[in-house]
Design a protein around this ligand. Structure first.
Ligand code: NAD
Length: 385
């Protein structure tokens, strides 16, 4: 191909992308409002263990939920429903990241507690998470990070569907010369994540939201993100909306002098992806953090780590840390308007960490996942649950 042909093909490709993105923006504008769980007679919670250490940690999370929700489960207000077939064996056999009958089971629930799922290196199988975020339109990735000894209680709201990820595999290449990727910010996509962050801040008595971009360089996309976040912020006059650039914010998180001043973070997709892992590491590692993926219709809650296949190979699966999936369960409880139960779980986990009688190391020199959960259930019992 000569230069003119490359440019003409790229222009045609770009026209198609732009048209698809405008369709997406219009679909978002028409999306239905979020569910009000406090008014629902029945809430169905889908549960899938996933792969590797997933079923081991999920079995323990289930024990904790069964204890916390004993009354609601008995009355039928809440159902814990097993989702079948979200395993690497079934997904590979069907050549599908999330087979249609599995997706159907998930969609029939109101919320979903998901164990880690393996994505094989190479091949064509897409990540189950990427598929689920897209299929369920889970636009907000929400991740709490707490370091109580420093007074740190952060909540991150990462936009989950746009930015560099919307068209990540659909860039343009002139072989041997150049490559171009696309980054997309939409009005509706930004407005909904901003609203989620400010609603959270208001509901939880937070007074500051940090909007983190690189709007000085990415003038169109991050510029728009920043402007719309400020427009949304104007509806929450009691909350200050402070603008930060991602480079200095990354430094701030490792600066003990300033980091405990932050409360809620609001970020586009890529910056959020990076900085939430940095924050989880500061908290104690990926085994300690949970996250939520929320949309208007569905919400999915999970540990932030993967299926840890080497842990299984080494016979250490039973020693996996369940804290991350338990944090995810806590987020789920908050989401379905059961903040009192979430608070109890969080307090019992803090009791365990403070007292440190049963300690998980992730290896055979520490407690097993079940032993730790027995300890946690004991702490819940002391809190009269
Ligand atoms: P990983 O998170 O599975 O493991 C990274 C390291 O953390 C390993 O040393 C592991 O032993 C340790 N670890 C993870 N969870 C732990 C726990 N609960 N307790 C103690 N130690 C724990 O990351 P990886 O090895 O890069 O990925 C393995 C597989 O998981 C891959 O197929 C990857 O695609 C998948 N993955 C899935 C998700 C998800 O489903 N959300 C997220 C990340 C990775």
């Amino acid at each position: 191909m000569d230069r003119t042909e490359y440019i003409e093909n790229a222009a045609k490709h770009f026209k198609e992308l732009l048209s698809q993105q405008l369709d997406r923006q219009e679909r978002m504008e028409k999306a239905s409002p979020a569910k009000d769980f406090s008014k629902m007679d029945k809430i169905v919670v889908g549960v899938a263990g996933g792969d590797g250490i997933g079923p081991i940690i999920m079995a323990q999370a289930r024990r904790v939920l069964e204890k916390l929700l004993a009354e609601e489960l008995a009355s039928g207000r809440i159902e814990l429903r097993d989702i079948h077939g979200l395993t690497i064996e079934n997904r590979l056999a069907q050549g599908c990241a999330v087979p249609p009958e599995v997706l159907e089971q998930i969609k029939a629930c109101d919320v979903f507690l998901k164990g880690p799922t393996t994505t094989p290196k190479g091949g064509t199988l897409e990540s189950a998470n990427v598929t689920l975020r897209r299929e369920l339109d889970l636009f907000a990735n929400v991740r709490p990070v707490q370091i109580p000894e420093e007074g740190i209680d952060w909540m991150f709201f990462r936009e989950n569907t746009e930015g560099e990820y919307a068209l990540g595999s659909r860039g343009i290449e002139v072989p041997g010369k150049l490559s171009v990727d696309f980054k997309v910010t939409t009005d509706a996509g930004t407005r909904r994540i901003a609203r989620a962050a400010f609603d959270y801040a208001r509901a939880n008595g937070k007074t500051k939201v940090a909007i983190v971009t690189k709007a000085n360089i990415m003038k169109k996309t991050d510029g728009m993100f920043s402007r719309i976040c400020q427009e949304v912020a104007a509806e929450y006059p009691e909350i200050s909306a402070d603008e930060w650039y991602i480079d200095i914010m990354t430094a701030n998180l490792v600066n003990k002098e300033v980091r405990n001043k932050f409360q809620v973070f609001l970020l586009p997709n890529l910056y959020g992806d990076i900085i939430t892992d940095e924050a989880a590491q500061l908290q104690g590692g990926v085994g300690t953090a949970g996250s939520a993926n929320m949309g208007a219709g569905y919400a999915m809650f999970e540990a932030i780590h993967g299926s840890a296949p080497r842990k299984i190979e080494k016979g250490e699966g039973d020693y996996a840390n369940p804290s991350s999936i338990l944090k995810a369960a806590e987020l789920l409880l908050r989401h379905i308007a059961m903040a009192d139960k979430a608070d109890k779980l969080s307090a019992a986990m803090e009791d365990c960490a403070r007292e440190g009688r049963v300690v998980i190391t992730g290896h055979k020199d520490g407690a097993t996942c079940r032993e730790f959960t027995d300890y946690l259930l004991e702490k819940l019992w002391f809190r009269q649950i």
